[in-house]
Design a protein around this ligand. Sequence first.
Ligand code: SF4
Length: 376
Amino acid sequence: MSATGSSKEICSTKIGWSDLADKVMGGHVLTREEALSILDSEDDEIVDLLAAAYKVRRKYFGNKVQLYFLKNAKSGLCPEDCGYCSQSKIAETEIPKYAMLNEAKLMEGAARAVEAKARTYCIVASGRGPSNREVGHVASVVKKIKETYGLHICCCLGLLSPDQARTLAEAGVDRINHNLNTGREFYDKICTTHTYDDRLETLKVVREAGMELCSGLIVGMGETLNDLVDVAFELRELGVESTPVNFLHAIDGTPLEARQELNPRQCLRALCLFRFANPAVELRVSGGREVNLRSMQAMSLYAANSMFVSDYLTTKGQPAEDDFKMVADLGMEVVIGDHDSFLAWKAVQEGQSKTSCCEGTSTCVTPEKAAAGCHA
Ligand code: SF4
């Protein structure tokens, strides 16, 4: 990231972060000057800055952490040229490439989401935008997932037409993810095959179809601090419900492969900016968490209130058990979604497995079977 000036140049009076938190919680709208001061603050202010962001986070989300589980429903083969993406036609990265997954595979992902304590299952497909057939397929699977597991569903399928957005809304999709990725001024440096305005248009049709908006960015692609503030303020204007903040994980074979420039303190400052700019928005520490925040990962949850669990689209995340431990070590608590329907489904599954192994009676249980996990 390149700075636009020191905090002293930007702001003549030094901001007290705790006071700023109080102001924001009282309804104050963060100014550009304040936003830049957050991003350009000194390393020795990071603890105070995070404590202030935590104050805001606590007001709206307490100590709860929401987990999201990603399923790459269609991988690679994308005609677009987003410079950070290993699924783009211009990337030389070796990744799995496949067309839209069938119902069984998407249902299997939903079951994994529940096991990973995720509240939201994110169905993500590569490509400029989906075909109507793909939208129809996703819509029918979403209905089944909701009946079976009661998960919240977020779809990320690229640019959507109004009809496609309506189809997804009618199927019960709660939210669409469509990231702005970076500020308007920098957008054409990371992608030339579609525009920033194309992305805004999709967010508009999603809103008109009545779904929630999830939109965020990737920090560390060579943007200025002003570009980051542009995104934060645009998302505020759009009134998005959820913002994922990704940190560039420079993947070999992508145009941005050599750009690994972030340090953990910059990542934390970016999260604080988004918490102060959009105080009540669900803020997710997202892709690139492990490689960029490293030993300071846990601190991100003082500003953010949600994160992805397990793997990302084409890169590995840390094991879910480590995420659970991190949340517990912070004295925080994972919020599990409404899984009543899942528990009912599990009971049915367990009933079926009893029937298949001992005909539903308890008389055939032997020590060997019990040792193998049969508790009928
Ligand atoms: S449109 Fe999506 S899948 Fe395609 S290159 Fe861009 S980010 Fe990757």
